[in-house]
Design a protein around this ligand. Structure first.
Ligand SMILES: Cc1cc2nc3c(=O)[nH]c(=O)nc-3n(C[C@H](O)[C@H](O)[C@H](O)COP(=O)(O)OP(=O)(O)OC[C@H]3O[C@@H](n4cnc5c(N)ncnc54)[C@H](O)[C@@H]3O)c2cc1C
Length: 427
């Protein structure tokens, strides 16, 4: 069959790989000049490695992705490390990435709260019954079983950081279960950065005859009779037997106005939140203690809720000795951070860097780059399994796969591979 895939992100590339192996004639249309989508990266001339535009790492439990790496013969390039994650308590940061560190963390005291935190964590690591958990919000379930003190100090900051005040209290417990159940403290990346992986992946696809067209934004997909689908770019119209769209639900509906009825209503009812991230290169490390991932509670007054010192995961020697940090937030599309210039956003963020390290001075800054997306994190409300759209659309031969199809797991490249495997088997 002649198959078109719209999007060269993890889902589109993996679907292309699977379908080409089955002998299909596959063409990928990608609007950007590089592959990787949300996990893509960039590189300054003096750097050896790429930096992801949005902070990315993998987990030891990312089995679908690791299986794909093995199949592609790229697994030896995956590196796992154990960088330090810290929690903020009373103006100070405390490591929280091992059992001894958790025992020493003062934010929960040393009595019943710590015991409840430990038991609930253990229960969630062992149970697989997520379906019963989606009936409760994470807030109500955690408050009932782990206690309000544990929820407010341990989980609420992460929920607010991910979903904002508006949605954090409505997210279901199955989503929080999935994060606790599936995540590891060992984090992985690709030698050279994830963009190097996407380059290697596209090279393998091309070797096998997959046609990959960059700078090719699709304008529309339409039906021509029962079995023919028309894909249009600005200057080209092509015909296919099957078309797979891997964009956000909103873009999907814009591309296919012919989709009406309950499928359109279902996609329109899905909610998601955007993200704004500033990547900053510095002359010196920000964290005096080598911390990688900072959990920042909203009430601590930082101008961002995500702070990641990338060079405490991948050494600064890969970036010509520069320190690379990410500062950002998950935000609604109308938030002013989306429209601020990178220099203005940097000015807003500098006091936050000084709070992390009082010695920080603006003359440590070498450069900064702003990245944003309106579609960064789907929001799983109560009983969300009923809202997950089918990959098969009402138009025969047209399929749709996005981060909004991933559930109860938190969206991530591993689950894009799983989704692509499912989609390929359906096709
Ligand atoms: C802030 C942030 C942090 C994240 N952290 C992690 C992490 O640590 N680990 C992890 O595994 N995952 C992480 N993720 C999630 C991960 O990036 C996604 O799950 C994954 O990249 C989604 O892949 P995809 O192929 O479904 O979509 P995308 O990557 O969005 O790919 C879709 C592609 O379609 C293209 N496209 C869109 N419209 C058109 C059009 N009209 N014509 C042609 N092409 C088009 C886009 O340019 C894009 O390349 C993070 C995401 C964000 C936003």
């Amino acid at each position: 069959m002649r198959i078109a895939i719209i999007g060269a992100g993890m889902c589109g590339l993996t679907t292309a790989w699977n379908l080409q192996k089955k002998g299909h004639d596959v063409t990928i249309f990608e609007k950007e000049s590089i592959p990787g989508g949300l996990a893509s990266g960039f590189r300054e001339p003096q750097w050896e490695n790429y930096v992801e535009k949005f902070y990315h790492h993998w987990f030891k439990t990312d089995t679908a992705l690791m299986q794909l790496m093995k199949e592609l013969d790229l697994f030896p390039e995956v590196e796992f490390k154990k960088p330090t994650t810290v929690m903020f308590y009373n103006g100070k940061f405390y490591p929280f990435d091992s059992i001894p560190a958790a025992i020493l963390y003062p934010g929960l005291g040393f009595g019943i709260n710590k015991i409840r935190f430990g038991f609930i964590g253990l229960y969630l690591k062992l149970t697989k019954n997520w379906k019963s958990l989606e009936k409760f919000t994470a807030e109500s379930w955690m408050t009932k079983y782990a206690g309000a003190a544990v929820y407010h100090s341990m989980w609420e900051p992460m929920m607010v950081g991910k979903f904002g005040e508006q949605y954090a209290h409505q997210v279901n417990m199955a989503w929080l279960w999935a994060r606790i159940y599936s995540r590891t403290t060992q984090l992985g990346t690709y030698r050279g950065g994830m963009q190097s992986f996407f380059s290697a992946f596209t090279a393998k696809l091309r070797e096998r005859g997959v046609n990959i067209l960059f700078n090719s934004a699709i304008r529309s997909v339409s039906k021509n009779g029962e079995i023919d689908l028309i894909v249009e770019t600005e200057d080209q119209t092509s015909h296919f037997d099957r078309v797979i769209i891997t964009t956000s639900p909103k873009s999907f509906l814009d591309l296919v106005p012919e989709i009406t009825g309950s499928y359109r209503d279902q996609l329109q009812s899905l909610k998601s939140i955007g993200a704004v991230v500033l990547v900053v290169s510095l002359k010196r490390p920000l964290s005096p203690k080598g911390y990688y991932w900072y959990n920042l509670p909203k009430n601590a007054g930082f101008p961002f809720l995500a702070l990641v010192e990338h060079t405490n995961f991948v050494p600064s020697s890969k970036f010509h000795g520069e320190t690379i940090i990410y500062a950002g937030d998950y935000l609604e599309s109308e938030h002013e951070y989306f429209s601020l210039s990178e220099r203005d956003l940097l000015q807003r963020f500098i006091p936050g860097f000084q709070k992390i390290n009082p010695e920080f001075s603006a003359d440590w800054i070498l450069n900064c780059w702003k990245f944003s997306t309106y579609y960064a994190q789907p929001i799983p409300f109560l009983n969300h399994s009923a809202n997950i759209p089918d990959v098969k659309t009402p138009i025969r031969g047209l399929y749709f796969a996005s981060m909004s199809h991933i559930y109860p797991w938190d969206r991530g490249t591993n689950y894009s591979v799983e989704l692509a495997n499912h989609l390929s088997s359906v096709i």
